[in-house]
Design a protein around this ligand. Structure first.
Ligand SMILES: [Zn+2]
Length: 363
């Protein structure tokens, strides 16, 4: 499969402070903003140096052009972001800092996602992954949100529609609600937007959507927006069941011509931004399930676009495992940080063990 990359991914400097907030006298040692270049350099290293490397072919991404961004974004919004960056940057939203060159990085993220998609649509490859940043799935037609400037995966889906795919499904397993994608296609019957996410609700004016299951789309889009909201701590087995029992039946009924994966690793068990406890095995299974859907409906064609994933070392390993699933290999990498196998009764068993141990003393 192909991997698309552009070096401008590295010029978007989000600075350091208190996690995603600005520096403060309350911390002597600021930490990098969670959405930093290091995270995707490590994803790149895992894919270049891991055992999956021999199956990957690296290609150059490119900048998006204005007309491509206007497929989904309002001209006034594009003007405002460009001017904000040109003036030196600052905080676009309370969690979205930019510098002057962030504009180039955002153009490269969208353009590289589009280039990966175009390669699949031209029949040059069946599978392509755009390893990009800043991420995109919170960016709405008229606003930035949650580290995102342009809605990269939604633009990929829209390009596919305009180049002849009748129906496109976007499956988003970033740990956060794909509200930007939801907003782009809310009234549309031709794009199925599915978001798996941790139940987190709205987070203010930049993210008014809640991600609840009853946000189903309107008009032609009614029933084309699926919010697979999951409780905190869901884990591998919960994601497997959500895919099999809620998402696969809808995708099967929709019969997409192309699947776009908004691919984040922030549902992992070591993510500072998510609380969902997915391990490499869980990501491998998500990749395999998506590939099975692509084989069933799309002649095996699928595009993956990088979203979040803030565990700075573990995300790359989770992406490696995801591609193992997509490519259908045996597991190639052990999980160096695997915890106990997922078991929904685990807490009950632990409680009973403590009760039994204490019973002689307290009953
Ligand atoms: Zn996320």
């Amino acid at each position: 499969m192909r991997v698309y990359w552009h070096d401008d991914a590295l010029v978007h400097d989000t600075g350091a402070g208190i996690f995603e907030h600005p520096p403060s006298p309350l911390v002597e040692v600021p930490e990098l903003h969670p959405e930093n270049a290091e995270r995707i350099r490590n994803i790149r290293a895992a894919l270049k140096n891991g055992p999956i490397a021999e199956r990957l072919e690296w290609h150059d991404g490119r900048h998006a052009v204005r007309e491509e961004l206007e497929m989904l974004h309002l001209p006034e919004y594009l003007d405002s972001v460009q001017a904000f960056c040109a003036a030196g940057g600052g905080y676009l939203t309370q969690s979205t800092p930019v510098v002057e060159r962030s504009w180039d990085a955002a153009l490269a993220a969208a353009g590289t996602a589009l280039e990966a998609t175009a390669a699949v649509l031209r029949g040059e490859c069946d599978l392509a992954y755009a390893l990009v940043r800043p991420p995109g799935h919170h960016a709405q037609p008229d606003r930035a949100d949650g580290y995102c400037l342009f809605s990269n995966a939604a633009l990929a889906a829209e390009l596919a529609r305009r180049r002849g795919a009748e129906r496109v499904a976007v499956l988003d397993w970033d740990v956060h609600h794909g509200n930007g994608t939801q907003e782009c296609f809310w009234h549309r019957g031709d794009v199925l937007a599915v978001s798996f996410h941790m139940r987190h609700g709205s987070w203010g004016p930049s993210h008014p959507q809640t991600g609840a299951p009853d946000e189903v789309g309107e008009g032609e889009g009614a029933g084309r927006n699926v919010n697979m909201e999951l409780p905190v701590g869901t884990g591998d087995e919960g994601y497997r069941r959500a895919m099999a029992r809620a998402v696969e039946p809808v995708v099967d009924a929709f019969r997409p011509d192309l699947i776009v994966i908004a691919c984040g690793q922030d549902a992992s068990q070591f993510d500072p931004n998510g609380r969902m406890c997915v391990s490499m095995a869980g990501f491998r299974d998500l990749g395999a399930a998506a590939r099975a859907l692509a084989d069933r409906h799309c002649g095996g064609r699928m595009v993956l676009v990088q979203e979040g994933g803030y565990g700075r070392t573990y995300s790359g390993l989770c992406m490696h495992a995801t591609l193992e699933g997509v490519l259908g290999t045996d597991p190639l990498l052990d999980d160096p940080m695997a915890y106990l196998p997922d078991d929904e009764d685990r807490a009950d068993a632990a409680i009973e063990a403590v009760r039994a141990a204490m019973a002689p003393f307290w009953d």
